[in-house]
Design a protein around this ligand. Structure first.
Ligand code: BEZ
Length: 216
């Protein structure tokens, strides 16, 4: 008999973030009631008391002020108990002075991990991969990152991507490779010959009519 491949629907860009109620280090939270009118960065780590995860969690904690400035709440998750989470938070605070002051889900039954495609059996059957979901104030998933167990994420890129999503929404533009605040945006390409001719005659910084940049 052939092996059956089990396919789980992973939440993708444009989906509404699946709702859940979970035990966290900040008490029980129903996701749809969390961070009303704010962005959420929901991220998973494989396990408490592990080195790469400790560096990542410390990174989120140290830069929480930058997430606050972007109207964004953080929410972590791993398949560990609430007791393990509390002990880890306290241990890191004792050893380094860094305090993880955001909710961390104790997903001991793996229900939230499964809902968000954070359990990827080819990588691990028992630990969540390093996922990051960028969720907008309408609870729509806007960007997803998945990293394996042995490679830590890049906090500069997480913050840059969050900022870019918000600027792209606000200014109704697209943003090019490596864009950071202060740089020019891409002008949406023309869709008709008239628009093309207008673009060619415009003063935008232009490589060609379909690749033009403007200040924002
Ligand atoms: C770590 O965070 O160091 C780690 C966690 C799970 C597997 C491998 C590394």
């Amino acid at each position: 008999m052939e092996d059956q491949v089990q396919v789980t629907k992973m939440p993708v860009i444009g989906d509404l973030a699946p709702d859940f109620t979970a035990v966290t280090t900040k008490g029980t939270i129903k996701f749809s009631d969390f961070a009303k009118d704010k962005w959420v960065v929901l991220f998973s780590h494989p396990a408490d008391f592990t080195p790469v995860c400790t560096t990542e969690m410390t990174g989120f904690a140290l830069r929480k002020g930058e997430f606050d400035a972007l109207n964004t709440e953080l929410m972590g998750l791993s398949i560990d108990s609430i007791h393990a989470h509390l002990a880890w938070v306290q241990n890191v605070r004792e050893k380094t002075g860094v305090y993880f002051d955001f909710p961390i889900i104790a997903d001991i039954d793996m229900s939230v991990s499964k809902l968000y495609g954070m359990l990827q059996p080819g990588e691990s059957e028992t630990a969540a991969v390093r996922a990051v979901f960028f969720i907008d104030p309408k609870k729509k998933i806007r960007l997803v990152m998945y990293y394996p167990l042995n490679v830590g994420r890049n906090m500069d890129e997480i913050l840059r991507a969050l900022d870019a999503l918000q600027v792209a929404d606000e200014k109704k533009v697209a943003l090019p490779l490596n864009w950071v605040r202060g740089e020019k945006a891409i002008v949406p390409p023309p869709k008709t010959l008239d628009e093309m001719n207008e673009r060619i005659a415009s003063k935008y910084e232009m490589v060609d009519f379909y690749l033009a940049r403007k200040d924002i």
